[in-house]
Design a protein. Structure first.
Length: 312
């Protein structure tokens, strides 16, 4: 396929581009900079500058694309949710997706597939209920953001493109996301759960997240929201117990929720509440998870070599 990727230099996007290239696809990325992407494969990547806000020459890259994968968006948990930060989080998703879909609508040949990122934040904070793709939207900033984000992506269905919305949970790998931040205190024998500890963590190994994207590209019956999480979510207490075992470290020093709320404000609620999300559509449509349970996933991450692996 001829595939265009936004967010192709990020934690997920860089690994995704590497894996697409390994399978022989032609890959172009829309990027704000000329930095390194998909180490060792730069010569096969067509890098096109854009700013995610304005029309420009980058639009020509979309002509003739078979698929477009939209992973653009400022990191959710990298800074306190001030008014300005919320605006950045919203604009980098909603406005960027609107610009991209509008450009696609003007292509003489439209892409067959549009995969756009979203998040399990769509469901809001929840109790022990198992949430599949048919669950109702929650309340608050993240559910509202996900709704607006997905609405822009779904506009691509109006001109006949198959749209997949990847509602992603906590993506696990050593070189990005939440896991490195969690590893540090454990390595110094000071690890433990974020209280109350009973909140659910819906996670996925990055290999499976990328695997789901490959699967969505080649499974024509899949469309709409897809929960990009492993089949076995765990509580925060369970997550930290398993992480401690994988590192041969204790999980004994809990992080009080009040501390996070003081330090991070509204962002702290993202870490002290959770959702028990199930990948019902992926299971029903036949995707086979490489890492359906947490302990093998973490042990693989902590032992696997980083270099030379097209799917890391």
């Amino acid at each position: 396929m001829n595939i265009v990727v936004t967010g192709g230099t990020g934690f997920i996007g860089g690994a995704l581009c590497n894996s697409l290239l390994a399978e022989g696809h032609r890959v172009s990325i829309l990027t704000r900079g000329r930095g390194q992407v998909a180490r060792g494969t730069d010569v096969r990547i067509n890098r096109v500058l854009w700013n995610g806000r304005d029309q420009g020459p980058w639009q020509q890259t979309l002509e003739g694309a078979d698929s477009v994968i939209n992973l653009a968006g400022a990191p959710i948990a990298d800074a306190r949710w001030t008014k300005a930060r919320k605006q950045l989080l919203t604009d980098s998703r909603v406005l960027t997706t609107r610009l991209l879909v509008s450009a696609l609508s003007r292509c003489s040949t439209k892409p067959k597939i549009f995969i756009s990122a979203s998040g399990i934040g769509y469901y809001g904070a929840s109790d022990d209920r198992r949430l599949d793709e048919g669950a109702t939207r929650g309340q608050g900033f993240l559910p509202d953001l996900c709704l607006a984000w997905e609405a822009e992506a779904l506009r691509a269905a109006e001109f006949g493109t198959r749209v997949i919305l990847l509602r992603t949970g906590m993506v696990l790998e050593q070189d990005g996301g939440a896991l490195p931040k969690m590893l540090l205190p454990f390595r110094f024998f000071a690890g433990g759960p974020i209280m109350p500890g009973s909140q659910w963590v819906s996670w996925i190994h990055r290999r499976d997240h990328i695997g789901l994207i490959h699967w969505a590209l080649t499974t024509p019956t899949v469309s709409g929201p897809v929960n990009a999480v492993a089949p076995e979510p765990v509580t925060m207490n369970q997550f930290c117990d398993v992480l401690g075992r994988a590192l041969h470290r204790p999980s004994w020093l809990p992080v009080p929720s009040v501390t996070l709320k003081i330090l991070l404000g509204e962002l702290g609620t993202l870490m002290t509440t959770g959702q028990r999300v199930i990948p019902a559509k992926a299971i029903a449509e036949g995707y086979t998870f490489q890492y359906p349970t947490l302990e093998p996933a973490l042990r693989a991450i902590l032992k696997e070599p980083r270099a030379g692996d097209p799917l890391t």
